[in-house]
Design a protein around this ligand. Structure first.
Ligand SMILES: *Cc1c(COP(=O)(O)O)cnc(C)c1O
Length: 322
């Protein structure tokens, strides 16, 4: 096995410097009701209020800001139908880099429109017949574009780590921190910040119950691949962790937990009713796990990262009224 050089907290600090003036420093919100429900003091880092509605802007912008002049001129390509696509498209617009986004033919029209609205070129593929990563790589080779994947990239994951850096700087040291987990960009970046700023803090990644490949990987010590899981948490429908993300997660994370779709909907309702926030299902993973394990959190200072708020309003209403 070849070993890879893992990025460090110094890279997260450098990313924070690149993001200054471009990314929002998102609020850390609290709720008396939540503190009473858990017996803990809970700090919610609200990346649903980040630019384009999710933390993905941080990693995408950091990666593009590091391009050489030649890379900037040629452009960026990525494959994603979700928040990473919009993060890349918005960052590319801000940095004047041409962007090409490979999206499935059945991606929601609103997402395609938003991506095109940022000025990106959208290339559509058939998700049942073609391999999006192969298309991305082919476009990169043919057109000289730089491929920025959604999570397994040092500049992406260190950009994501800036959210937890801000959380610790604002809330102080925490006893436990709960973080949504898909491919692990957010969790691995968060781990670098946590081990640097609050070394004693217990750090938990939280996956959808239907797709616990990260939990299986963490517990077995090797990356486990699964079929695309069926869950409402569309931002965490990943099939496997990455080499960079898993390298950091297995070293720095305490455990991987899961939440069911029903628990995610309960958390969505809580955020809407009590905290007046629209949070997408994937963004609720952290709170859902904290509530499930609340007996272990009494008297503690607990952080929860809310990763995003991009959910179709009609879909939101369907989910919370079911
Ligand atoms: C992408 C995404 C995640 C998962 O992030 P990874 O870096 O892939 O682990 C969680 N929540 C939201 C809202 C996302 O867009």
């Amino acid at each position: 096995m070849t070993t890879i050089d893992l990025p460090t907290y110094a890279d997260v600090e450098a990313a924070a410097g690149r993001l200054a003036g471009y990314a929002h420093k998102t609020p850390v919100n609290t709720s008396r009701t939540l503190n009473e429900m858990t017996g803990a003091q809970v700090f919610i880092k609200c990346e649903n209020f980040q630019r384009m509605g999710a933390f993905k802007f941080r990693g995408a912008f950091n990666a593009l800001a590091k391009f050489t002049p030649e890379q900037r001129k040629a452009g960026v390509v990525t494959f994603s139908s979700g928040n990473h696509a919009q993060g890349i498209a918005l960052s590319a617009k801000l940095l004047d880099v041409p962007a090409t986004i490979v999206m499935p033919h059945d991606a929601p029209a609103a997402k395609v429109a938003a991506t095109k609205g940022y000025g990106a070129e959208v290339i559509v593929y058939n998700r049942y017949e073609e391999d999006r990563e192969a298309i991305g790589r082919r476009l990169a080779a043919e057109r000289g574009l730089t491929l920025i994947p959604p999570y397994d990239h040092p500049d992406v994951l260190t950009g994501q780590g800036t959210a937890a850096k801000e959380l610790f700087e604002e809330a102080g040291p925490l006893d436990a921190l709960f973080v949504p987990l898909g491919g692990g960009g957010l969790l691995s970046g968060t781990a670098l910040s946590t081990r640097a700023l609050a070394p004693g803090c217990e750090l938990y990644g939280v996956e959808p119950e239907a797709g616990n490949d990260g939990q299986q990987s963490f517990r077995s010590g090797a990356i486990v691949h699964i079929d695309t899981p069926v869950t409402i948490a569309d931002g965490a429908q990943t099939q496997h962790l990455g080499n960079y993300t898993f390298g950091i997660i297995k070293r720095d994370v305490d455990d991987i937990l899961t939440a069911s779709d029903r628990e995610l909907v309960d958390a969505m309702r809580f955020f809407a009713e009590r905290m007046k926030m629209i949070v997408e299902p994937t963004g609720c993973l952290g709170l859902a796990a904290a509530l499930k394990h609340k007996d272990a959190l009494k008297g503690k200072r607990v952080g929860v990262i809310v990763s995003g708020g991009n959910v179709d309003l009609q879909r939101f209403c369907q989910l919370v009224s079911a």
